[in-house]
Design a protein. Structure first.
Length: 307
C-alpha cells in the first residue's frame, strides 16, 4: 500500500477507533472533506489552546498505521470509502460502511445477485437455493450470500461446484468463522472468490452485526433472491432493505404463504417466480438495466438455464 494511502487509511481507522465514534457521521465528514486526515485533526483538537494537539494526532495516526500494516501482513485487504478499490455499489446506500475488509479476490461484481433464506430450511428450500445458485453461476452471475448455515451455505456451495464466483458478506470479522462448521467453506471462498466484512477483522458476532451485514449484502448485490424466510428472518429484513436501497427483490412463489411476502409482492421492483427459468428471466431483466456507460454489458453471456 502506498504511504499516502496508508496514512489516509490510518487516519480513518483512528477516527473509527475513538470511543463513541459514530461511523455514519464519520463517513459523511470524510466524504465531504475528501480525506480522513483533516477530519482526524479536527476531532483531536481540544480547543483549549490556539494550536492543534500534534502529539495526540501523531500518536493516534502511528497506532492506527501499525494496525493497518498488521492487517495487510495477515493478507487482509483494507478498502476505505475514498479508495478506488472500495466496492462502488456500497456508495449508494445509507448504511455505507466507512471501511470494509476482504480476503480473496476483488472483481467486477456488477452482475451480482444475493441468494438468501432461513438457517433452518426445508429440503425443498435447499434444492431451490442450489438450483438457483447453480444456474446463476453458470450464467456468469456472482452469487452473494451471508455464509450462515442453511440457505446461505447451499447457495455458496452450489456456486462453487458450478465453477462460478461467490462472495460471502459476513457478520463477523474476516478472521472469524460463524458458524464454526463453515470454516472450510469460508477458506475455499477466500481461495476462489471473496469474503467481505465491515467489522474489525477479529470482531465476534453479535445481535447487531447480522442486521448490519444484511444491509451491506443488499447494497453489494444488484438484486436479492429470497428462497425461504419467516417474518423474523434476516432474509425478510434483507428484502426490505434491498427495496429501500432501490434494489429489486425476487421472491420464490412458495413464500406467498406468508403475509409479509404477499405484501411485498405488490410493491414495485418485486418479482415473484415459480421456477429457475422464471428466476433467470427476472435476473436477466434486472442486470440488463444496470447502467455502466464506460464498460457496457455487451458481449457477456445471457442468463440462460444451462443443464
Amino acid at each position: 500500500m502506498p504511504e499516502d494511502r496508508l496514512a489516509e487509511a490510518a487516519a480513518l481507522v483512528a477516527l473509527l477507533r475513538r470511543p463513541g465514534a459514530r461511523w455514519a457521521d464519520i463517513a459523511a465528514d470524510v466524504l465531504a472533506e475528501g480525506r480522513a486526515m483533516p477530519v482526524l485533526r479536527r476531532a483531536l483538537y481540544s480547543g483549549a489552546t490556539l494550536f492543534d494537539d500534534d502529539d495526540a494526532f501523531d500518536a493516534a495516526l502511528d497506532a492506527a498505521a501499525d494496525e493497518v500494516r498488521g492487517w495487510l501482513t495477515e493478507g487482509i485487504a483494507v478498502h476505505c470509502l475514498f479508495d478506488e478499490s472500495y466496492p462502488a455499489p456500497l456508495r449508494d446506500i445509507h448504511q455505507m460502511p466507512p471501511v470494509v475488509f476482504t480476503r480473496g479476490s476483488l472483481a467486477d461484481d456488477r452482475r451480482a445477485v444475493a441468494v438468501v433464506g432461513t438457517r433452518n430450511p426445508s429440503e425443498r428450500g435447499v434444492r431451490t437455493a442450489r438450483r438457483a445458485a447453480t444456474a446463476l453461476a453458470r450464467s456468469a452471475v456472482t452469487v452473494v450470500s451471508g455464509l450462515a448455515k442453511g440457505i446461505d451455505t447451499a447457495a455458496h456451495e452450489a456456486a462453487l461446484e458450478a465453477g462460478g464466483r461467490t462472495v460471502a458478506i459476513i457478520g463477523t470479522g474476516v478472521n472469524r468463522s460463524y458458524p464454526a462448521a463453515n470454516r472450510p467453506l469460508q477458506d475455499r471462498i477466500v481461495r476462489e472468490g471473496l469474503v467481505l466484512s465491515q467489522f474489525w477483522p477479529d470482531a465476534a458476532p453479535t445481535k447487531q452485526t447480522f442486521p448490519m451485514r444484511n444491509a451491506v449484502m443488499s447494497g453489494y448485490a444488484a438484486a436479492t433472491v429470497v428462497v425461504e424466510a419467516t417474518y423474523q428472518s434476516g432474509a425478510r429484513m434483507q428484502a426490505r432493505l434491498a427495496l429501500q436501497h432501490g434494489r429489486p427483490v425476487v421472491l420464490v412463489d412458495s413464500l406467498l404463504e406468508h403475509d409479509w411476502a404477499r405484501d411485498y409482492a405488490t410493491r414495485p421492483g418485486v418479482y415473484v417466480v415459480g421456477n429457475v427459468d422464471e428466476l433467470l428471466a427476472a435476473v436477466d431483466d434486472i442486470v440488463s438495466q444496470i447502467p455502466d456507460p464506460l464498460d457496457p454489458l455487451e458481449g457477456l453471456p445471457p442468463l440462460v438455464h444451462r443443464q
